[in-house]
Design a protein around this ligand. Structure first.
Ligand code: ATP
Ligand code: MG
Length: 646
């Protein structure tokens, strides 16, 4: 595919923190002198005790060490709150939009500091000490942010569990870190439906007698059972707690949080992140990748249960003193204009979302977007999956009015913050490419034998050196950490993703290496074939997997979801085959195309190819780890269609 190149907007570049020349210079310096570079970047934070050591990292087979700013001391909640509250206490830190249109709250920096302090004091009273874990199972409400910052304030480690997860998934995650305190709500509210959080929590805790206290936020104020020996109302407890709580100084390498990966490729991994390096990377990258300027309103649509929200809805923006929009609901309820209405109402400048959402909104057409004034937008972002060029172009044109650069940010729960992305004032954009490495980041494309691909070419995406936001371990499983990320290619961090580098040095994610299809000895990534299918005007979304094939070893199986109102036909099948043939070549033509009314996704909206792979192989019974599947009926639906045909 030969994509368009979108030049850097000149007006934006002239005011940007980093322009094209600036990027080249800073990137070079960050590689030549990482210590000097990161020492300077770390000044974005206030350190209660300045560090003298910057970087102590090694990826050698006998010793993997990851330490940043190790002798520095600081407090994350101080950096995200107090220093801003002191200067602009009455300005909003959080603009909250509830699930029901019109339901809204404005939380100032002073309000937030006070709430965090009261909660921190409450936790202390409940016996939580520095280093203890606290589990958080809350909807997207300001209390979720308060809970995280309150833990940080007293040096406790939060573990946020996405509120869409079941009792079982919650129990597993509480057990993993053995928190004695859980913060939850009576209920959640999503798309007008009640989510029984307290009920789920009660069920989860049946098998976890070590949980001593449950703090319950009143969200819907409907009746929920309370266990007087264990459960406490959040508002009641906070009302009795002092409004002042001095932040506890912690070491840069003390843990800040644990968070689980999305579970796209298997059982989720609990990644442990520490304080200093994570916060430096989150704050510095937030400022650069969205070209954040004081006064900007930032809207990140991720749920607080995902790393995207940890880094670019909460820690990164708040460390910079940014005002964030926090939205509880879904983009399509009550109708498909909900996000656009919020952007107009709050005059949002920076908007960050995921390709899956863009694709589902594209299905609804342009009208819901066009009826709102989105002229306040300046920079757009994408994260979570490769964005297919079709969706990129729609996002750019229809949402961004052709004027806003899109930063396609490649990173992982494991990486803590961004590794590859275009900086809006510094790089021309190619739809579907995550462009270039962030400062200090050293990507390498490796062949299976470990040799490096130089210049143009494709390979296993690895990183040759550490970066400050990197996870330090998998909680309770250092062996799995070393094995997953450092054993495949000794001396490198291995992402599990494939990528291609083009002649301009731009990176293109080709798909997860678990999903690579080997057709007659040719290794094909899923992303390019899916993007070709999705470029057809009748196609909403496509997922491609391999299946056993007598002659080719593996054949290509495409599951295709059509747009609203399009009829399935053999003619359309032929058109799609032809399209892949002309866009990529005969080698990439699917052997089978089946229509799927919907694709199976995990709770963060990512396509679960591992489940489709089993179905394509004729295994309709075992779906593997399904704890993160958003809607199992989608899988059953596909299986039913199949069984009818075969
Ligand atoms: P699990 O690790 O449990 O299988 P997951 O990999 O989906 O789940 P996350 O940490 O949420 O968990 O996602 C990181 C992955 O998402 C990356 O490894 C990559 O495959 C994909 N990804 C994220 N951002 C981008 C992007 N901008 N372009 C392409 N792929 C992306
Ligand atoms: Mg992963």
């Amino acid at each position: 595919m030969n994509p368009h190149v979108f030049p850097i907007p000149t007006d934006l570049a002239s005011k940007a923190h980093v322009d094209a020349r600036g990027y080249e210079e800073m990137y070079r310096r960050s590689i030549d002198d990482p210590e000097g570079f990161w020492r300077e970047q770390a000044q974005i934070l206030d350190w209660s005790r300045p560090f003298t050591q910057v970087k102590n990292t090694r990826y050698s087979p006998e010793d993997v060490t990851i330490e940043w700013f190790a002798d520095g001391r600081l407090n994350a909640s101080y950096n995200c709150l107090d220093r801003h509250a002191a200067q602009k206490g009455s300005e909003p830190a959080i603009l909250w939009a509830g699930d029901t249109p019109g339901d809204q709250r404005r939380v100032t920096w002073s309000d937030l500091r006070q709430e965090v302090s009261r909660l921190a004091n409450t936790l202390t009273k409940l016996g939580v000490k520095k280093g203890d874990f606290v589990s958080v199972y809350l909807p997207v409400i300001p209390e979720a942010i308060a809970a995280m910052l309150a833990c940080a304030r007293i040096g406790a480690v939060h573990s946020v569990v996405f509120s869409g997860f079941s009792a079982e998934a919650l129990a597993g995650r509480i057990k993993d870190c053995r928190s004695r305190v859980l913060i939850t709500a009576d209920e959640g509210l999503r798309a007008g439906k009640y989510v029984p959080l307290k009920k789920n929590a009660d069920a989860a805790l049946e098998s976890l007698p070590f949980v001593e206290h449950v703090l319950v936020v009143r969200r819907t104020s409907r009746d929920v059972p309370m266990n007087p020996e264990r459960d406490l109302w959040y508002d009641g407890a906070l009302a009795q707690a002092p409004a002042d709580c001095p932040p506890v100084e912690v070491g840069a390498e003390d843990p800040l949080f644990v968070l689980y990966t999305s579970g796209s490729t298997g059982k989720p991994k609990g990644m442990l992140h520490t304080t200093g390096g994570y916060l430096v990377h989150a704050a510095a990258s937030f400022r650069a990748m969205f070209d954040y300027h004081p006064g900007d309103i930032h809207f990140c649509t991720a749920d607080v249960g995902w790393v995207t929200a940890h880094t670019y809805l909460i820690y990164g923006p708040l460390a910079n003193g940014a005002t964030v929009v926090l939205f509880e609901g879904v983009p399509t309820w009550p109708d498909a204009s909900r996000w656009w209405q919020i952007i107009e109402a709050y005059r949002v400048n920076i908007f960050y979302t995921a390709p899956t959402a863009i694709r589902s909104l594209m299905r609804e057409g342009e009208a819901p977007v066009r009826k709102h004034d989105l002229s306040s937008l300046r920079v757009l972002g994408s994260v979570g999956e490769p964005i297919n060029p079709e969706a990129w172009l729609w996002y750019h044109e229809v949402v961004g009015g052709g004027r806003c650069p899109i930063t396609d940010t490649y990173w992982q729960t494991e990486t803590g913050a961004v590794l590859l992305c275009p900086l809006p004032g510094a790089m021309a954009l190619k739809p579907g490419s995550a462009a270039k490495p962030f400062f200090g980041v050293r990507p390498a494309l490796l062949n299976s034998d470990g040799s490096a691909v130089e210049g143009e070419g494709a390979g296993n995406l690895c990183f040759a050196d550490s970066w400050p936001g990197q996870a330090r371990t998998i909680l309770g499983d250092r062996e799995r950490f070393l094995k997953t990320y450092f054993s495949t290619f000794p001396g490198y961090y291995f992402t599990g993703d494939g990528a291609r580098r083009d002649a301009d040095g731009y990176y293109w994610i080709t798909g997860r290496l678990d999903d690579v299809i080997n057709v007659s000895g040719h290794r094909l990534g899923t992303v390019e074939i899916e993007a070709a299918l999705a470029s057809h005007s009748s196609v909403a979304e496509a997922a491609v997997v391999g299946f056993p094939h007598e002659i080719k070893g593996q054949g290509i199986f495409a599951f295709v979801t059509l747009k609203e109102g399009i009829t399935e036909s053999d003619e359309l099948r032929r058109e799609l085959l032809q399209l892949v043939r002309t866009r990529i070549g005969p080698i990439a033509m699917p052997d089978r195309i089946e229509w799927a009314p919907q694709l199976p996704k995990n709770r963060s909206g990512k396509i679960l190819r591992r489940i489709l792979t089993r179905i394509a192989a004729g295994d309709f019974e075992s779906h593997g780890d399904t704890s993160t599947v958003a809607d199992l009926s989608v899988v059953e639906d596909i299986v039913r269609r199949f069984q009818k045909q075969n």
